[in-house]
Design a protein around this ligand. Structure first.
Ligand code: PBG
Length: 338
């Protein structure tokens, strides 16, 4: 195709609207603010903070520090925190029994954060993997991840989280039917105000690698019959889009208030299709591997760290996300001038 010369379009100069900061701001189509961020945070049972090697700038925090961080979130205008536990390896078992401990690490962290900053929303991951010695999200029998038995364990876990004061349950396990089971259980327990943000389209991704270090579930996939090599029988095939829409439709029908796409940046097309199709708050998770990649490149001087953080987060908004779960939340909020 050959285009007419530029002189044929004397009025078409799109650069006119880019010539100064004031006009760029004036015509900007999407805006990132601290209110778009959910702070992804790792809590551990010990004292003080333990840096996560593969995620420079991220550390596991003590319960006390989580409470301080909740106050910080409030000051920075970050609406919510998503908490993930690092459990001592000696306390894990094949069934992930401690997931439903009402006096366990997650519940203690939730209570401490809600005490410190009741105005900040707290979201809990509903999944067994931090608590299972094999690192899978479900119960295993004969090499298979059991769906319905896992759901029973998830319901027990979610109820203790909700009773501890968690505002948003975020099932990340990808068992079929778990959202409906959680919603039914919440209604039965008089916990109907607890929100559900389902990890509706969650892919079997390589980008969760650093998270395994962060929460200490490094044993995943030893390949023995009791520990399948990957999560591909429950998490989605990265090649699929239509299936993501089916997953989301089901979760909404089962009672999800909000949905999430995960990972984030390599899946912006899914974020866009889900938000356009269902018109409900659609979140994206900028996962550990995305954080690690950006930080590794920045630390090598290959990309500008601050610009890359804000550009990557802004891209989610452009794709139609209502917000982003991110380890960069406090950094980004400060960069945004909070
Ligand atoms: C597991 C869970 C994972 C993450 C959040 N919840 C890992 C997995 O599914 O294997 C990943 C978070 C991240 O990579 O930042 N239920």
């Amino acid at each position: 195709m050959s285009l007419p010369p530029l002189s044929a379009y004397p009025a078409l100069r799109l650069r006119r609207l880019r010539q100064a900061d004031w006009v760029r701001r004036l015509v900007r189509e999407t805006v990132l603010t601290p209110a778009d961020l959910i702070w992804s945070m790792v809590v551990h049972e010990g004292e003080g903070e333990v840096p996560v090697g593969s995620m420079p700038g991220v550390a596991r925090l003590s319960v006390k520090q989580c409470a301080e961080a909740a106050k910080q979130a409030k000051a920075l205008g970050i609406p919510a925190i998503a908490v993930f536990p690092h459990i001592d390896g000696a306390k894990k078992d094949a069934a992930g029994s401690l997931a439903a401990d009402p006096n366990g690490l997650v519940c203690n962290a939730v209570k401490a954060m809600k005490d410190a900053a009741p105005e900040v929303g707290i979201m809990c991951d509903v999944a067994l993997d931090p608590f299972t010695d094999h690192g899978h999200d479900g119960l295993i029998e004969g090499g298979r991840i059991l769906n319905d038995a896992t759901i029973e364990a998830l319901v027990a876990q979610a109820l203790v989280q909700a009773q501890a004061g968690c505002d948003i349950l975020a099932p990340s396990d990808m068992m079929d039917g778990r959202v409906g089971a959680l919603r039914t259980a919440l209604e039965a327990e008089g916990l109907q105000d607890v929100m559900i943000m389902s990890y509706a389209a969650k892919y079997a991704s390589a980008f969760y690698g650093p998270y395994r270090e962060a929460i200490g579930s490094g044993k995943l996939g030893t390949g023995s019959v009791d520990n399948p090599g990957d999560k591909k029988t429950y998490q989605m095939d990265p090649a699929n889009t239509e299936e993501a829409l089916r997953e989301v439709a089901l979760d909404i029908a089962e009672g999800a208030d909000m949905v999430m796409v995960k990972p984030g940046m390599p899946y912006l097309d899914i974020v866009q299709r889900v938000s356009e199709t269902f018109k409900l708050p659609t979140f994206a998770f900028q996962v550990s591997g995305e954080y690690a990649m950006l930080m590794a490149a920045a630390q090598n001087g290959w990309i500008d760290e601050e610009r890359a953080i804000l550009e990557s987060l802004g891209a989610f908004k452009r794709a139609g996300a209502a917000g982003i779960v991110t380890y960069f939340a406090p950094r980004a909020a400060r960069l945004l001038g909070a």
